[in-house]
Design a protein around this ligand. Sequence first.
Ligand code: AMP
Length: 177
Amino acid sequence: MAGRGKALIFCSASNTIDPKYNQAARELVRAACLHGYDIVSGGTIKGTMRHVAEEAEAMGAVHEGILPRFMQGLEYPGLTRTIWTGTMSERKELMREGTDLAIALPGGIGTLDEFFETFTLARLGRYHGKVIVFNFDGYYDDLRGLLAGMVEHGMLDQESFEMVSFPATVEEFEKLI
Ligand code: AMP
């Protein structure tokens, strides 16, 4: 088991996704916990976030949830720590603080917003954790293709592109952490 660290999870808040994504999220969270990571997330009872929270709780892991105050009432009741922020921007800032991994699970625009902000900060040397995109079932093939296209067009440098890992399975994820 690796030393203790904090794994930040970005994921879907939607309740209408294929359950395979929630199952894969649970397996990844279990692996992170077994490797000694505490979990940090958006902390709500919505979508994949609820599955992340239930799995972290079942694993007995420390789980910090960071929520904007306007989401009061949506917080998962079993969080170890619930931290309230004034805005979504502040939330993203606090979510990243002190984390060693930032992992985007399959998600929608909120997840992509969190991923892109974190990737941009990593590129500028303002985020020092590993940036990981869980490419379960090829969900993020298009995102990887978009970024590779940016490299081809000179819009993104190869070194920055390589800051992001795209594990397709939990086993590949475990090799990165
Ligand atoms: P999405 O990927 O669009 O489902 O948005 C989920 C991600 O964005 C999560 O990681 C949350 O931190 C944040 N987020 C956006 N909308 C919500 C919401 N309605 N409830 C909770 N978190 C949300």
